[in-house]
Design a protein around this ligand. Sequence first.
Ligand code: APR
Ligand code: PHB
Length: 398
Amino acid sequence: MPDSASRTLHTQVAIVGAGPAGLLLAALLHKAGIDSVVVERQSRDYVLSRIRAGILEQTSVDTIVQAGVGARLMAEGIVHPGVDIVAGGHKRHLDMHRLVGRQVMAYGQTELTRDLMDAREATDRPTLYEAQDVRIEGLLDSAVQVHGVDPQGAFTVHAEWVAGCDGFHGVARRSIPAEVLHTFERVYPFGWLGVLADVPPASPHAVVYAQSDEGFALCSMRSMTRSRYYVQCPLTDRVEDWSDDRFWAALLPRLDPQTAAAVVTGPSIEKSIAPLRSFVAEPMRHGRLFLAGDAAHIVPPTGAKGLNLAVADVRLLAEALIDRCRSGSATGIDSYSQRALQRIWRVERFSWWATTLLHRFPDTDAFSQRLQRAELDELFGSERAQAHFADQYAGLPI
Ligand code: APR
Ligand code: PHB
């Protein structure tokens, strides 16, 4: 295609990735009168077909409402005032609302993404879906360009700033020179097999986290008629190895008798295996590029923190960019990476700790099992330990 056919777009902030991080940033900026163009590799339908997390901290809910995108969340989200933890077939309840005065809300990431896409479309500002070969240039220059090819042809977005919200496999983090970027990683020796089913949830007001000799299991929900369950599985397993019957048969013995009796089984409408990983990239800024969400960090899902971390990054980044664009103040953008990372590492620690506490590692011996049991006794033996857990689970301040 000749160069003249290439479209040119101008904006203040180019956003790479239309997941929750990218779309929420676009909404917060729009509300403050700051223009953005969003560039997404996949189609809208593909993005909406991905089944992801489902628990929102109060600060995430507040941020979504503040962005003007919270109407359906407030109407349909289901409040969870506590969490349940099962060990050795015995369930204990941790009442976050009583302990720290905060709670979380069950609302699927897919639904949140749909709300954000609808809000974006209502602004008439462009989201370029199915954008291939996306490249970011000019990070250290006086302006930045995002190039790509979408179904209408080649395009270049000229912007003052670029937000890399393109997930773990995106292009933004890879645009930072190797000598600048430091990465930290831990890969866990198991995965989570997740099943979505149109059955009422076993535990409609608390996620159930279960530690057992057969491995970890989790009961969650998307609505009063849609449930999400997980079991820990070996990394070598494939989805085809797991019939629905095998899944339900693996789940039930890992739970306490009361929760197991409340599980309504039914055909799965989605089934997938996700590896567990901890990952952090530092710094989260290089020149005109800022990373946010999965592009910069991954947590294992045990603490339900992935989506909430993305929201927290975006809130900080939106405030920083709004300050810069409105008043020229660079204080926010200059401290973004350091402030975001300080919180991220605390959440990484909690997610790693919860994963270590609740899973069965392939090399777990009797000694390690006793230590896990003792650690749970520590948690449930002390109000202060429970309040500390509740504080982290319900979400650190941004
Ligand atoms: N160009 C444009 N878009 C891209 C590119 C690229 N080269 N690479 C990836 N993307 C898109 C992906 O298709 C995806 O839609 O970036 C988007 C990133 O979205 P997410 O992976 O959902 O990441 P994020 O918005 O940071 O949300 C974090 O997602 O994975 C979960 O646990 C995580 O819940 C957390 C949330
Ligand atoms: C989910 O609902 O998918 C979910 C809930 C809690 C977690 C992880 C996933 O810790």
